[in-house]
Design a protein around this ligand. Structure first.
Ligand code: AMP
Length: 544
């Protein structure tokens, strides 16, 4: 028999402290670049944990954070769970009503926030009576003016904290460690609770050679926000492995990201496709050296094939496409070729790698179609269901759990196909797929094809109601600067690639595609916008 040692988080930060005292965490702040070693970060983490206890934070209490990616947020990432409390990362881009709903639903006792978030919380202070303390994470020596009360200065709490604070050694591995809310299609956001065990095991998965192989040798820059599924787990795993971390701070632009990559010799970075599209646009305008990058992880939404090609062929930056969700910690699949697929011509390799990939070790999947389990033939579609040690088993105190969690599986709401090699491809969200005349049209495939046109910067396809066919696709396209193309030319471009009934009924040219708080296409808003445009043009309304 083997030891039943608990898989808990204190050992992760203790390892960083013990082994990587010289390695750095580099943060971009309002005042410039801050550099702290893991020794310093680990000491500040102990100090913060002791100060939170002095403020009355007890085991199981929720401590919310409203912050960008920076070293103080990283300290909170460990200080809160390692003292037995629960870190609740809150999406700062949500509307104040949603933020106050989330804070109340989670019952946050203390909030740590960046100075630019103060006005948001002031506007909803009356609604969040359960919050007993606000801690401002500022670079300034004094606290900014605020009506929030009681209010504390983060650095003062660090200065007054105990550098020798001892983490409790009896935290059960199944104890809650973190929390994150995911927005629902309708109604309020839904809470997901991560445990010490799930974070521990998910972090190990990030280190696997066939996942993203995060290691001590990396200089990792999570661009994905620390309030979006724990920046995909990179800050936790990075500290544990001794990875140098570059945290890009508030209000960054593509130019700032590229400069950080250049200056800090970033080897690995992660973000949603809109980030990488923006970075690509900037790369094409300037002279930058991004040769330090060994890979870019892109997930959260489908990565357009043409974008992958441009990164790889023009900039020699290997692109790694991955899939996951807030409910899955998030890593579920990673798209890397099998060794024998490396012999294939580039086009075929690109085709495979632009799929979402193979399930990572530790997670199980099934694809449920109307007929039962879908065949692995790359064609039969079904809903992806998942289970595993870093997959949620329920939403936090939410009746909607029973719609998503059934018979020990999480039903993702993603329609997928699986090919004969096991590569999973997201066809669409169940709610975004276009149901035309009893058949399904993948909005993702049409978008991908449109974004391969040289004049197109971004494209999103939505369903509009149709009298005869139930729904029909309408495409919205944003053109590149100074580019021009007509609707007919784009349709001609699509024609050889799709069956006739897949072609959009209409292509609209927009200045931008509305995005969610984490940078994905906001299809709900887009559908409404499209409907308005169509109605405004008599005769254009779909189905007429
Ligand atoms: P979130 O919980 O906000 O991270 O959203 C999760 C959802 O994003 C998934 O259920 C998918 O619909 C979508 N998603 C995540 N990664 C990908 C990807 N690589 N390709 C396509 N869709 C993705």
């Amino acid at each position: 028999m083997m030891m039943d040692s608990p898989l808990t988080m204190p050992q992760m930060i203790k390892r960083a402290e013990m082994l990587f005292s010289k390695k750095e965490v580099i943060s971009r702040t309002d005042k410039g670049i801050s550099r702290l070693t893991y020794r310093e970060i680990a000491e500040r983490t102990r100090r913060l944990a002791s100060s939170l206890e002095k403020l009355g934070v007890r085991r199981g209490d929720k401590v919310g954070t409203l912050a960008w990616n920076h070293h103080r947020h990283l300290e909170a990432y460990f200080a809160i769970p390692c003292s037995g409390a629960v870190i609740h990362t809150i999406n700062i881009r949500l509307a104040p009503q949603q933020i106050s709903y989330i804070i109340n639903h989670a019952e946050d006792k203390v909030l740590l926030l960046d100075p630019d978030i103060i006005p948001i919380l002031e506007s909803c202070r009356d609604e969040i009576q359960g919050v007993k303390a606000f801690i401002i994470m500022t670079d300034e020596d004094t606290l900014p003016e605020t009506t929030l009360s009681p209010v504390y200065h983060y650095e003062k709490l660090i200065a007054d904290g105990d550098p020798d604070y001892v983490y409790p050694d009896d935290i059960p591995e199944q104890a809650p460690a973190g929390m994150c809310y995911t927005s629902a299609t309708t109604g309020n956001p839904k809470g997901v609770v991560y445990t010490h065990r799930s974070i521990f095991l998910h972090s190990l998965a990030l280190g696997l050679a066939d996942s993203v192989a995060l290691s001590e040798r990396d200089v990792a820059m999570p661009v994905v926000p620390m309030f979006h599924v724990n920046a995909w787990g990179m800050p936790f795993a990075g500290a544990w492995f001794g990875t140098t971390q570059v945290l890009p701070g508030p209000n960054f632009t593509p130019k700032i990201l590229i400069e950080l990559i250049e200056q800090e010799k970033v080897t690995f970075s992660a973000g949603v496709p809109t980030i990488w599209l923006g970075v690509l646009k900037e790369l094409e305008t300037g002279k930058y050296d991004v040769s330090s990058l060994r890979g870019i992880l892109c997930g959260g939404a489908p990565a357009p094939k043409e974008m992958i090609r441009r990164y790889e062929q023009k900039y020699q930056i290997p692109f790694i496409h991955g899939y996951g969700m807030t409910e899955t910690s998030p890593i579920v699949t990673i798209s890397k070729l099998k060794s024998y697929q490396e012999q294939l011509p580039y086009e075929e390799r690109l085709e495979i790698r632009s799929k979402q990939g193979l399930i990572v070790p530790g997670i199980e999947m099934k694809v449920v179609s109307a007929k039962g389990e879908a065949a692995w033939d790359g064609r039969e579609m079904g809903e992806l269901a998942l289970r595993g040690p870093w997959i949620a088993s329920e939403y936090y105190q939410d009746d909607r759990s029973k719609e998503t969690f059934k018979d020990g599986w999480l039903y993702t709401g993603d329609v997928v196909t699986v090919d004969g090699e096991g590569f999973l491809k997201i066809v669409d969200r169940t709610k975004d797929i276009i149901k035309s005349g009893g058949e399904w049209i993948s909005s993702v495939d049409l978008e991908n094809a449109l974004m391969a046109h040289e004049a197109v910067f971004e494209a999103a396809v939505v369903a509009v109601p149709h009298k005869k066919w139930q729904e029909r696709p309408v495409a919205c396209v944003v053109l590149k600067e100074n580019a021009s193309v007509t609707e007919e030319e784009l349709l001609d471009f699509l024609r050889p690639q799709f069956a006739k009934w897949w072609l959009p009924d209409k292509i609209l040219f927009l200045n931008e595609i509305p995005k969610t708080s984490v940078g994905k296409f906001l299809k709900r808003a887009l559908r409404e916008e499209v409907q308005k445009v169509l109605e405004a043009h008599e005769g254009l309304a779909a189905g007429e």
